[in-house]
Ligand binder design. Structure first.
Ligand code: NDP
Length: 330
């Protein structure tokens, strides 16, 4: 069994020396546990937060120990009721090849119903984040003009498409390359998109949304958030999902200067955590599953092969190497 350990807490961008791929014996499942051979590992931006010591909504990764993350795999031995060898499960013991998992922390998934990797992405945590954040936190309603940043990523690409499928009047996305921008318009059906590296976000947003925006779904923070507040219509809502532009900062980033505009617009800005919204999971899969199956909602995945490339895949997400959900295939 090979597994990734955190050796030291990264300062700024994580460096290879902060991690080690360690060889350990395949674990033996205890009573009530199943032994899982992982097939797909998730790499997600929030993992950067767990590499730091700062107090957050989840405990930091422990130094010298294996890291954690979403994973799907096949049960090869079961000592638990209700799960048998040959079943596939979703669980939280990624960054390793084999895991002994308490059955109560494993959710059975059906590889016939959808490709295994989608339980980490379009039908999994990132999909639910898009669904809950847009419909619940941002109180999306038909006719809204929606702006989403990180729009070619796992969460963002789904926010834009769900908004369209639910009757948004206009959807605008931003992303970090011209290829991604083309994908947003040509494949995902965004009405407009721009490359934030090509010029000031505020100017590009004003050009793409001349009548302003009603919803901003923030994956990025910084000047994207500032620009969105500047373009917010009366009664506009901002859902704060993530702020990836600051995750590797060593100095606090300068904040938006136009927060007072929320007073004039009676605008609402609200943070949310997907973990509070798992009651929506059945409704989410019931509504979005058929869209995925019919192709009405499209998704991309960026698949990196091999446990030895798990760290590189994670760093790739922070750099923007991915289109859609980044997963590691074992
Ligand atoms: P993505 O698939 O969107 O991958 C991250 C993307 O961020 C990269 O592909 C890159 O794309 C973009 N990016 C990196 N640096 C910057 C930067 N400086 N400015 C703008 N964009 C940048 O990841 P996810 O869909 O998994 O996550 C998206 C956001 O949602 C993250 O902020 C994450 O932390 C957050 N999140 C929050 C949850 C919650 O419960 N609140 C749950 C899940 C995710 P590009 O080429 O376009 O720059």
């Amino acid at each position: 069994n090979r597994e990734w350990h955190l050796l030291s807490r990264p300062v700024g961008w994580p460096k290879p020396e902060d991690f080690a791929l360690v060889e350990t014996p395949v674990p033996t499942p205890g009573e009530g546990q199943v032994l899982v051979r992982n097939k797909y590992l998730s790499v997600d931006p929030y993992m950067r937060g767990r590499m730091s010591e700062a107090k957050s909504y989840v405990a930091p990764f422990e130094l010298g120990k294996v890291m954690q993350g979403g994973a799907v795999g096949e049960v090869i031995e079961s000592r638990a009721e209700g799960i048998s060898a040959g079943d596939h499960v979703l669980h939280f013991f990624g960054w390793r090849e084999y895991a002994a998992v308490d059955a109560r922390h494993a959710v059975k998934v059906d590889p016939e119903a959808a490709p295994l990797s989608t339980y980490l992405g379009v039908l999994g945590m990132t999909g639910l984040t898009a669904y809950a954040g847009l419909l619940r936190t941002a109180s999306f309603k038909e006719g809204d003009t929606v702006f989403v940043s990180g729009a070619a990523g796992a969460v963002g690409s789904q926010v834009g498409q769900i908004a369209k499928l639910k009757g948004a009047s206009r959807v605008i996305g931003s992303a970090g390359s011209d290829e991604k921008v083309k994908l947003l318009v040509d494949e995902y059906g965004f009405d407009a998109a721009f490359n934030y590296k090509n010029g000031p976000v505020a100017e590009q947003l004003r050009a793409a949304a001349p009548d302003g925006i009603d919803v901003y779904f923030d994956n990025v923070g910084g000047d994207h958030l500032e620009a969105a507040i500047g373009s917010l219509n009366e009664g506009g809502r901002i859902a704060i999902c993530g702020m990836i532009s600051v995750y590797n900062n060593t100095q606090p980033a300068p904040g938006p200067k136009n927060l007072a505009r929320l007073i004039q617009t009676r605008g609402r800005i609200e943070g949310f955590l997907v973990g509070d919204h798992y009651d929506l999971q059945p409704q989410f899969v019931q509504e979005v599953g058929p869209w995925v199956a019919s192709g009405a909602l499209k998704y991309r995945e960026t698949v990196v092969e091999g446990i030895e490339n798990n760290l590189e895949a994670f760093l790739g997400v922070l750099r923007g190497d991915n289109v859609g959900k980044m997963v590691v295939k074992l």
